[in-house]
Design a protein around this ligand. Structure first.
Ligand SMILES: Cc1cc2nc3c(=O)[nH]c(=O)nc-3n(C[C@H](O)[C@H](O)[C@H](O)COP(=O)(O)OP(=O)(O)OC[C@H]3O[C@@H](n4cnc5c(N)ncnc54)[C@H](O)[C@@H]3O)c2cc1C
Length: 376
């Protein structure tokens, strides 16, 4: 939809910029083309890890810092762009600049979640924390989406877990609603399972507890990727809408989109990811979430087997977006929702003007900003 590629545009392959430069006790300096998997491999070697990882670690550091970077620890630490100490950026005028919250903050704030409009991130300094050795992962299934959300809200309030997500999945009997959460630990300490499972309706005959190394947990999607490669879905179009809803309208939104939704509307291996985040964890000006104390991510991971189906899914995404906006929602615009210039302006809201000014300052000849043109 124009975010990653543009007609007559140029693709820069940053995969050669993959050096992990300097790992100290609390931060790492890393080239932007490094994948999060490669970065995590390097930091785990020193017993450290970034605070927030995306679910899929094949994305690059520069790629997710230019959009946001959400994952199951976001409820505690925000998105990846909320966890950056400084950036080296090649701006549209061809100058290599360093920026941080105190050094050229206008550029820092225009680049984080800025979709590459002002500059290309070439290096980032990212805070690190002690990596846990293991993860106790628990999956609990509920008959309704409302029940899933009620449990998620309760867990969020109680801050009982380190990782919190959830999914609505197709099954032979309709939809199933899975709470997915984990607690991290390092032996000899052990999680208190009785306390963890208290009051969430855990049923040992139906639900699941896994004990994984932290690396196995962080790379838990690898198995799914291998499966999707065998079915061909990994290479097929996957038009995903990623939306944020205020907690107060999430139930209405989910009811509306689920009404009449069939498994085919998501594709063979499709699912809906949904989980709550308290919005005070978000500090990146360009990462736009609804104005509400708690917001829910609702992301449909759809897979299209033909171009015609992909087009139908994109149209449906746009309908979902319009419903979300009417319910005070926003888009996390990494997916496939057609956006006009006005949509970008509405999406950016008060962040539009500073971004447009930064684009005019750092990319005066519109080398980078042409496709999602912003004018102050
Ligand atoms: C399978 C899959 C799983 C995903 N899972 C998650 C997830 O769990 N959480 C989440 O938040 N997102 C997720 N995403 C979305 C992902 O964060 C974005 O698509 C992100 O842009 C991908 O990074 P990339 O390295 O592949 O970027 P690319 O596709 O290479 O780039 C996308 C765009 O980002 C900008 N960009 C990329 N690198 C730079 C840079 N160095 N400097 C400036 N701008 C740059 C450019 O505008 C570029 O066109 C997922 C995407 C996929 C395909």
């Amino acid at each position: 939809m124009g975010q990653a590629q543009a007609p007559s545009g140029i693709v820069l392959d940053l995969s050669g910029l993959k050096t992990v430069h300097n790992i100290s006790t609390d931060h790492v300096v890393v080239d932007a083309g490094t994948t999060w998997a490669a970065l995590l491999t390097a930091t785990l070697g020193r017993g450290l890890a970034p605070r927030v990882l995306t679910d899929y670690l094949g994305t690059s550091v520069g790629g997710t810092l230019s959009v946001g970077g959400i994952g199951g620890t976001t409820h505690r630490y925000g998105v990846q762009t909320d966890n950056v100490l400084s950036l080296d950026v090649v701006t549209g005028d061809g100058v290599l600049r360093t920026c941080s919250p105190t050094e050229s903050p206008d550029l820092f704030n225009a680049v984080l979640a800025g979709f590459g409009r002002c500059g290309i991130i070439v290096r980032a300094t990212i805070p690190l924390v002690a990596a846990p050795a293991r993860a106790r992962r628990i999956k609990v299934y509920y008959p309704t989406a409302a029940e899933l959300r009620a449990q998620q809200r309760k867990l969020l309030r109680e801050r009982r877990f380190d990782f919190l997500q959830g999914q609505i999945l197709p099954s032979d009997t309709g939809w199933v609603h899975m709470l997915d959460f984990a607690t991290f630990y390092t032996p000899p300490a052990e999680p208190d399972e009785v306390a963890l499972l208290d009051g969430i309706g855990f049923d040992a005959t139906r639900d699941k507890i896994e004990d994984l190394s932290y690396w196995e947990f962080a790379t838990r999607l690898d198995e799914t990727v291998t499966y999707l490669e065998t079915t061909g879905e990994w290479r097929a179009p996957h038009p995903w809408p990623n939306l944020f809803l205020p907690d107060r309208t999430t139930d209405a939104f989910v009811d509306k989109i689920m009404h009449g939704l069939t498994h085919a509307d998501l594709g063979a291996s499709g699912l809906i990811l949904t989980y709550p985040v308290p919005s005070d964890v978000f500090t990146t000006p360009l990462f736009r979430v609804p104005d509400a104390p708690t917001v829910f991510l609702v992301a449909a991971l759809r897979f299209a087997s033909t171009e015609a189906i992909a087009e139908q899914m994109v149209e449906s995404n746009r309908r979902w977006y319009d419903i979300a906006v009417n319910l005070s929602g926003t888009s996390y615009p990494v997916g496939a929702i057609p956006f006009t210039e006005d949509d970008w302006r509405n999406h950016l809201g008060e962040a539009h003007q500073p971004l447009a000014e930064a684009a005019a300052r750092y990319d005066p000849r519109e080398v980078l900003n042409r496709r999602l043109k912003l004018t102050p």
